[in-house]
Design a protein around this ligand. Structure first.
Ligand code: ZN
Length: 283
């Protein structure tokens, strides 16, 4: 391959990048530059401790939890994000710090804030939230949502970065390829799945970092087995992360991944071993 890519990961909340963290880890490990951006601090999502405390009768509530200030919780969220990124060798982590609910109309300046990041990091690839309407079982259709708003904002920032504006001192930048995490789609909508079987334990470890969201080891492992195992099984491997392309890619010729060529000729036993980690019994 020999490509040195710069990858920009744009997320609504600190946990969102984990849905494709294995892929980012693969790229970081091979020398690509990865920048992870969270548009919000995530302070208003998944505050499980506060949720549970407020469910108690008033006299039983722990004042330390009830009286926490938003800033305290933001610092916790930032630390969780940095530690989770470190698991995948990612050190360039940026929290833009816009409030929740995040809506582009409330924070139009967020578009230029991300444009600045694009102009500085000049990514070849942007992986951002899905702009496509949520499915029936997801968020209610057309209901505003931090993730979709982040998607719309990032696509607008992408366009503005590609356009020279009076006052600019650096050259415009066009992002070569944009992808959306498969976690927001049905399996048969994926354009491709990255085999992250070797990164499974790191994905579990990253889930465990989000203690503020109530994650704990058994929960993290179950979630990863089900979600990564589902995408992986669908694509014929143990664990995978799916992706959806922003648009049709122009290619110079048809290329077939080495893994697909290998799979086409591998013995059934090898294939099963790759999918489940154990060979079928021989007798
Ligand atoms: Zn989120």
């Amino acid at each position: 391959m020999g490509q040195n890519l710069r990858i920009l990961s744009v997320n609504a909340h600190p946990h969102d990048f984990t849905h494709y963290a294995g892929t980012l880890g693969i790229h970081a490990a091979s020398g690509d530059e990865v920048t992870v951006v969270s548009i919000t601090t995530g302070e208003a999502t998944h505050n499980e401790a506060l949720h549970d405390e407020l469910m108690k009768p008033e006299v039983e509530r722990d004042p330390a939890i009830i009286n926490q200030r938003a800033g305290d919780y933001s610092a916790v969220k930032a630390k969780e994000l940095e530690e989770a990124c470190a698991i995948f060798g990612i050190t360039d982590v940026r929290i833009l710090g816009f409030s929740q609910p995040y809506r582009v109309s409330l924070f139009p300046e967020s578009i230029d804030a991300l444009r600045d990041v694009i102009m500085e990091t000049r990514p070849h690839v942007m992986i951002t939230q899905s702009p496509h309407t949520a499915t029936r079982n997801g968020m209610a259709a057309r209901m505003p949502d931090d993730h979709e708003e982040t998607a719309f904002m990032s696509l607008e920032a992408r366009s503005r970065a590609a356009t020279a504006t009076p006052g600019d001192t650096v050259a415009p930048h066009t992002i070569a390829a944009i992808y959306y995490p498969g976690v927001y789609y049905q399996n048969d909508e994926f354009d491709f799945v990255v085999d992250i079987s070797d990164w499974f334990e790191k994905r579990v470890a990253a889930e465990n970092k989000y203690i503020s969201q109530g994650h704990y080891p058994a929960w993290s492992r179950k979630r990863m087995e089900v979600s990564l195992g589902n995408a992986g099984w669908f694509a014929g491997t143990m664990y995978g992360e799916g992706f959806v392309r922003d648009k049709t890619e122009l290619v110079p010729r048809i290329t077939v991944a080495e893994s697909a060529l290998r799979r086409a000729t591998e013995p059934v036993g090898d294939h099963y071993e790759r999918m489940v980690g154990e060979r079928p019994p021989t007798d």
